[in-house]
Design a protein around this ligand. Structure first.
Ligand SMILES: CC(C)(COP(=O)(O)OP(=O)(O)OC[C@H]1O[C@@H](n2cnc3c(N)ncnc32)[C@H](O)[C@@H]1OP(=O)(O)O)[C@@H](O)C(=O)NCCC(=O)NCCS
Length: 232
């Protein structure tokens, strides 16, 4: 029997059922951005060298992230397991399957993670985000997500960008709202929690024709390719 949203608010343990991030859309035909700079942040393809910083951040943020982040079901990993995991992210990035970025302040502090996932269709991308404890509420997830919306439409020629989240995750929902997305649908019992119970999920969309009028279109970013060259 699915729980009500009120019960979810008391003890949320939500994760999207589609934890798989792999895709069958083949190698992308666009040049991939390995690093994206915003006024305050650097988003860059994960490196195994980030394992100690990520390990510390995930351990500190465990209770904050576990209710809403699918990969937390496999946490805590060992340091070696974290390094292997980041090697996998890097490999998926190089293969053009999915693009998971560590998000850092300009002075190198790890703030969170933002993702461009290719699992929502051949001409579409899904954005995911998280901010570690100690850095939340400063607009970092909004700023990093705006940057990836811009990358998706201006460099990857996406026709649609989606953001999915649990209906109970109101902080997450503010991000697509602020970025000019439209709430497309609420899917009943779309999300399975860590105990196998189902909850409503929300899907936000932004289509290419709507993008120029949104805040991400005005975001100041510089994207760099695999060679570190600025992309135009
Ligand atoms: C949701 C999350 C990514 C927001 O990150 P953030 O960097 O704090 O976000 P921002 O500072 O850009 O703020 C985005 C909105 O979230 C709100 N927000 C941030 N933390 C919040 C909290 N603890 N409670 C309520 N709202 C919160 C902000 O106030 C803002 O809304 P506003 O425009 O009405 O002011 C972060 O709280 C998080 O990582 N949560 C756990 C993981 C998660 O839910 N990821 C998303 C899965 S779909």
């Amino acid at each position: 029997m699915p729980r009500t949203i009120l019960e979810v608010d008391r003890e949320p343990q939500l994760a999207f059922p589609v934890a798989e991030e792999t895709t069958s859309h083949g190698k992308p035909d666009f040049q991939v951005a390995y690093r994206v700079e915003t006024p305050r942040l650097v988003l860059r393809c994960w490196s195994p060298e980030d394992a100690p910083a990520l390990r510390a951040a995930l351990d500190k943020s465990d209770r904050h992230l576990r209710p809403f982040i699918p990969f937390m079901k496999d946490e805590p990993r060992s340091l070696q397991g974290t390094e292997d995991w980041l090697c996998g992210h890097r490999a998926a990035f190089d293969r053009g399957e999915n693009f998971r970025f560590g998000v850092f302040t300009k002075d190198g502090q790890l703030v969170g993670e933002n993702m461009l996932l290719r699992r929502v269709g051949p001409d579409a991308l899904e954005i995911g985000y998280l901010t570690h404890l100690g850095f939340e509420g400063r607009g970092y997830a909004t700023e990093a997500s705006a940057a990836l919306v811009k990358v998706a439409f201006e460099f990857y020629d996406a026709q649609r960008v989606e953001i999915h989240h649990a209906a109970a995750n109101r902080a997450s929902g503010r991000i697509p709202e602020r970025l000019g997305f439209t709430l497309r649908e609420t899917l009943r019992d779309h999300i399975e929690d860590t105990e196998g119970r189902l909850h409503d999920g929300v899907i936000w969309c932004l289509h290419a024709p709507e993008y120029p009028a949104t805040p991400p279109a005005r975001a100041e970013i510089t994207a760099f390719d695999a060679l570190g060259q600025p992309m135009e």
